[in-house]
Ligand binder design. Structure first.
Ligand SMILES: Cc1cc2nc3c(=O)[nH]c(=O)nc-3n(C[C@H](O)[C@H](O)[C@H](O)COP(=O)(O)O)c2cc1C
Length: 306
């Protein structure tokens, strides 16, 4: 029995504000099958002995495998591994299809690509409500020099370091380095700066970023399936369902009677119309009529001045 009267959706939405990394945990079942699932509940526990934890919902198909596994591996994903995160979060498919992996000496499937890998030995399993809390002793670490994948408010993201010195001071201090002339580097940084600016406009309009992504995908009288929306918004199924329920409650979208497709209402389209205008104005401002070289200079300028 609990004393809590917290609304489940409210609880999930509040928890989603806590940004985490994204891991894929893998193990081998007693009958030799490869198991794996995406988990963001990973955390550190103890330095001596070196312990980590994560939790698995009791309803996961692989819950019993992880509860009983003597060995498993936790892979912290890199920022380019969104596809792997989504694949390992999809129930009932062959999670390893198309993924490069091998096996360690205990037969645990290990992914070739990752930012960090923690090989674990089962330390303890605790019951935590509708989840099992799994504590592992770390027996091996493998680190690759990769930017990590982040999960926040139901969406994947990349880490965007906070700048400490004011822009003017910094540009005086920092000499131009070769990386400042790399298109990809400038695109990535300008993307973060521009999306931060745009996202604050989204929040000011009373929408969360996932809600904006959904309504934007429905803009222009299109109906979309839940799967299509999931693919377009990078939301996992539960987060998408929560967002759709909230949008439907606010009469911004409607789910068809047979629950197969979703469309925006006139109020939903109206809500995002000015955000499209805002986004387009920002883009015009950033790239309008420039050559590639000018564009690089301009992107670098955006980065410097923000
Ligand atoms: C970013 C992300 C993080 C997740 N974190 C967890 C988690 O920590 N624990 C959990 O039980 N499920 C988590 N899930 C959901 C599982 O990955 C998903 O339910 C998976 O299909 C379960 O595997 P199964 O095929 O064994 O049922 C997460 C999903 C996503 C997209």
């Amino acid at each position: 029995m609990t004393e809590s009267s917290i609304d489940a959706r409210e609880f999930r939405t509040a928890l989603a504000c806590f940004a985490t990394g994204v891991t894929v945990v893998t193990a081998r079942s007693a009958d030799g099958e490869n198991c794996g699932m995406t988990a963001s509940s990973f955390n550190s526990v103890s330095m001596d002995p070196p312990l980590v934890l994560w939790s698995v919902t009791k309803t996961a198909l692989s819950a019993d495998v992880f509860r009983q596994a003597e060995r498993y591996t936790i892979h912290v994903l890199g920022s380019e591994q969104q596809g792997i995160a989504s694949q390992f979060a999809t129930r009932g498919i062959d999670k390893f299809e198309g993924v490069s992996y091998g096996h360690d000496q205990y037969g645990v499937p290990v992914l070739e690509e990752h930012a960090v890998r923690f090989d674990c030995k089962q330390w303890a399993v605790y019951e935590g409500g509708d989840h099992w809390i799994i504590v592992g002793e770390v027996t091996g670490i493998e680190r690759c020099n990769k930017e990590v994948l982040v999960f926040c408010e139901g969406s994947f993201a990349t880490p965007n370091p906070i700048r400490t010195a004011p822009a003017a001071e910094r540009s005086m201090e920092e000499p131009e380095s070769p990386v400042d002339r790399l298109l990809l580097y400038n695109l990535a940084r300008a993307y973060h700066q521009m999306s931060n600016q745009f996202h604050s406009g989204v929040r000011d309009s009373g929408l969360s970023i996932p809600q904006w992504r959904i309504l934007a995908s429905l803009y222009g009288q299109v109906s979309r399936t839940r799967q299509d929306l999931q693919d377009r918004t990078f939301l996992d199924r539960e987060s998408l369902n929560d967002c759709l329920a909230q949008l439907e409650k606010n009469r911004l979208c409607v789910v068809s009677a047979e629950n197969s497709t979703v469309s925006g209402t006139e109020a939903g389209h109206e809500r995002v119309r000015h955000l499209f205008e805002l986004g387009q104005a920002q883009e015009r401002d950033a790239v309008g009529g420039k050559s590639l070289d000018d564009l690089i200079d301009h992107l670098a300028e955006i980065v410097k001045n923000t």
